[in-house]
Design a protein around this ligand. Structure first.
Ligand code: MN
Length: 376
């Protein structure tokens, strides 16, 4: 809440929130059902209203439950059981197509017919403040006959939004786009770390593998759908119209502002290098869930899904170094020190933030802040 974190324990002891929360949300999910965060949020909303006297007039309790956000240490709210990464940022997909398949149409023929995705690695999902070690990997330079194994030389971030599932499904059951909203626990910022040189060498024919699985960083706060109701939007036109089982419900996208900054170890203040918005996503969360479930696979509460890199159309809205530096051809200049970057170097810090705002109402997602450590 603004600059503050609310500690629920003293409030639970005073009987002011419905229950004493467990340390990890998966236990709460199990015990209290898929909508428990919405109920909790509603209780807190009442408690912290300006015209609600209970907390306002209890100085001791107020001090006990309000902690300055700057002093709180983030922890992962829910260790995901599975992680899926989509590719729903259409400008990112087009940019990558232009770079890697210059003589073909930027989007592959399937792109506008289904949300493309792959199964990622859940065990290396970490939160803000956890350093990421530059991964080792296999890569092959175009002018070399054989690959080498060593630290990646093209370490990159991907600006994404993710969501956790609150509710699963049975094997054989198909969740429709209309039902999908009931399965969403809430949204987080995702930095889907990527080693581009490793990716280029390994990704055909089965897609990304080790180039992505060494780390994925998420923001520590799960923002529930209720909080995002005012920011629902129609989303971009889908042409051709999707098949019936993927038909998009009305206003199933969100407008969320996104920002990426980087700071090298020589800089005192991070520099913003990208401003984007989730309105650049072609496929909505409802369609992603429906597609995942369309073959009858079982969804699980606690699964984490990410959107795909959310680039805008303009060059200052690209959501990866790959695009910002256009494959290394146009290095990014950092004003404070005059340094340049094509990909990330050891000691660099990447900070992603997100918020939605309308009239007097603002919802912040906090940040995902990560420092790159040298390969070990
Ligand atoms: Mn990704």
């Amino acid at each position: 809440m603004g600059e503050w974190v609310i500690d629920l324990r003293p409030l639970a002891e005073a009987g002011l929130v419905p229950y004493r929360p467990e340390p990890y949300l998966d236990v709460d999910l199990e015990l209290r059902g898929p909508r428990f965060l919405d109920d909790l949020r509603a209780a807190l909303y009442e408690l912290f209203r300006e015209d609600s006297s209970r907390l306002r007039d209890d100085e001791t309790l107020r001090q006990a439950c309000l902690i300055p956000a700057s002093t709180a240490i983030p922890c992962i709210p829910l260790m995901p059981k599975a992680f899926v990464d989509f590719y729903s940022g259409i400008h990112h997909a087009s940019n990558v197509g232009r770079m890697f398949r210059p003589d073909q149409p930027p989007l592959l023929p399937n792109y506008r017919w289904m949300p493309i995705g792959y199964n990622g690695r859940a065990s290396t999902v970490v939160t803000s403040g956890v350093d990421v070690v530059r991964p080792m990997g296999q890569s092959k330079a175009a002018d070399q006959a054989i690959p080498i194994f060593g630290p990646t030389r093209e370490l990159d971030f991907e600006l994404e939004m993710g969501f956790y599932l609150a509710k699963g499904s049975e094997i054989g059951e198909r969740v429709t786009p209309e039902e999908a909203g009931d399965h969403v626990l809430g949204l987080v910022i995702v930095n889907d770390w990527s080693a581009r040189d490793v990716q280029r060498w390994e990704y055909q024919p089965l897609g990304p593998f080790l180039a992505k699985s060494f780390a994925t960083s998420i923001s520590p706060w799960i923002v529930v759908p209720d909080a995002l109701e005012p920011f629902r939007i129609e989303g971009m036109v889908q042409d051709p119209p999707p098949l019936d089982h993927l038909r998009r419900p009305a206003r199933s996208h969100y407008s969320i502002n996104l920002e990426v900054s980087i700071a090298t170890s020589a800089m005192s203040t991070p520099q913003v290098i990208c401003r984007s918005n989730t309105n650049n996503l072609y496929w909505s969360i409802a369609q992603q869930i429906a597609h995942q479930s369309s073959n009858g696979t079982a969804l699980q509460a606690g699964d984490l899904y990410a959107s795909g890199t959310i680039s805008g159309e303009s060059e200052d809205s690209f959501g990866s170094m790959l695009e910002l530096s256009w494959r290394g051809e146009r290095p990014i200049r950092l004003e404070e020190t005059g340094e340049t970057r094509t990909f990330l170097e050891d000691g660099d810090e990447v900070i992603m933030t997100a918020f939605s705002e309308a009239d007097c109402y603002r919802v912040g997602f906090g940040e995902v802040r990560t420092k790159i450590l040298p390969a070990g």
